[in-house]
Design a protein around this ligand. Structure first.
Ligand code: GDP
Length: 194
């Protein structure tokens, strides 16, 4: 898949603001600092389409990007900021639920997990929540460059087992080493066709 164009469309906090272009959409989600912005930039070959290392605590929105005029990427806000207030957490949960349950163009949700971090109940419950809505969730293990090949394999096995998947269902990526790009883009391409 060759990326010809990648354009920021808009940011939205509620369904009435989502872009209505009807293109197949792929969402990216994960704990803050998991490497989501870096991964999206790597996928679309843009250094700064998504700002990396964005400040915690600021008002978060869902950012929509149009790629090649053929599909959309949705950058969902990260979870797990310690500095968030109860009200902010509530708004976050509501925004996510509204998106996941209303976005009919959404094909697949890429759930990013740092390979060095063991997923917990939060991750498991969130995946189950999305799947109950009928969404496909693909776990992506990030920052693979921080681990040896053995450690990567071990981590993928652990993540997959905990999240009821087989290891081959969990692609790994490194924005630093530019790995994982082809696999993820191929998944998107396949899902655009079907
Ligand atoms: P986000 O908060 O999930 O959007 O994460 P960012 O993309 O902003 O990355 C958070 C931090 O992790 C930054 O310091 C990045 O440079 C670093 N980072 C992101 N991806 C990788 C990666 O693949 N390998 C390594 N070693 N660091 C990464």
């Amino acid at each position: 898949l060759k990326i010809v164009s990648a354009d920021f469309v808009k940011g939205a906090t509620k369904a009435s603001q989502y872009p209505g272009e009807g293109l197949p959409e792929f969402a990216f989600f994960g704990r803050s600092n998991v490497g989501k912005s870096s991964l999206i930039n790597m996928l679309v070959n843009r250094k700064t389409l998504v700002k990396t290392g964005s400040r915690p605590g600021m008002t978060r929105v869902i950012n929509f990007f149009r790629i090649n005029q053929t599909f959309m990427l949705a950058d969902l806000p990260g979870y797990g900021y310690a500095q968030r207030s109860a009200k902010e957490n509530e708004d976050f949960d509501r925004m996510l639920a509204e998106y996941a349950s209303n976005r009919s163009d959404l094909r697949t949700l890429f759930f990013l997990m740092d390979l060095r971090r063991v997923p917990g109940e939060t991750e498991k419950n969130t995946i189950e929540y999305f799947e109950r809505l009928g969404l496909e969730v693909v776990i992506v293990g990030t920052k693979a460059d921080k681990l040896s090949n053995n450690e990567i394999a071990k981590s993928v096995r652990a993540i997959a087992a905990y999240c009821n998947r087989t290891p081959d269902m969990v692609p790994v990526s490194s924005a630093d080493k530019k790995t994982g790009r082809d696999v993820i883009l191929r998944m998107i391409e396949d899902r655009c066709r079907s």
